[in-house]
Design a protein around this ligand. Structure first.
Ligand code: NI
Length: 137
């Protein structure tokens, strides 16, 4: 089994807050990420798939096809968008890095299986210091 990773980039805005809580409590828990007027991140998305190497190509997957798939399923829906307002699959979900990787997984798992490999990990780097990874469980 070989694992191969494709990186994609997007920019998006969000506000991390719990609508059930007061502004004061949101500020205590989430700090400046709860700023009512939004803020943005330069996100780096890493999608790792696993599979056997095709003898004819030497590939687990054609990375151009994987890139196109990630762009169609994720990047086109989130790039230069607001996670709270614009992204239908994030509706009702606090757009923390943890929740975003889980929702991205749901968008990617089945289409990636059609490429003849399996999704292994969705990693989202929100800042240089913060990243979340999801392995489907
Ligand atoms: Ni943030």
């Amino acid at each position: 089994m070989i694992y191969i990773t494709r990186r994609e980039h997007f920019n998006a805005a969000h506000r991390v807050y719990n609508p059930k809580w007061s502004d004061k409590k949101n500020l205590e828990v989430f700090g400046v990420c709860a700023n009512p007027n939004w803020h943005g991140h330069n996100y780096e998305l890493f999608v790792t798939v696993k599979g056997k190497v095709n003898k004819d190509t030497g590939f687990v997957v054609d990375l151009r096809m994987l890139s196109e798939l990630i762009k169609k399923q994720i990047v086109e829906k989130v790039d230069h968008k607001n996670f709270n307002l614009d992204v239908s699959f994030m509706k009702g979900t606090i757009p923390s890095t943890e929740n975003i990787v889980r929702e991205f997984w749901k968008q990617l798992e089945k289409p990636i299986a059609k490429l003849g490999c399996r999704l292994h990990c969705v990693k989202l780097q929100e800042t240089e210091n913060n990243a979340a990874e999801y392995f489907g469980e």
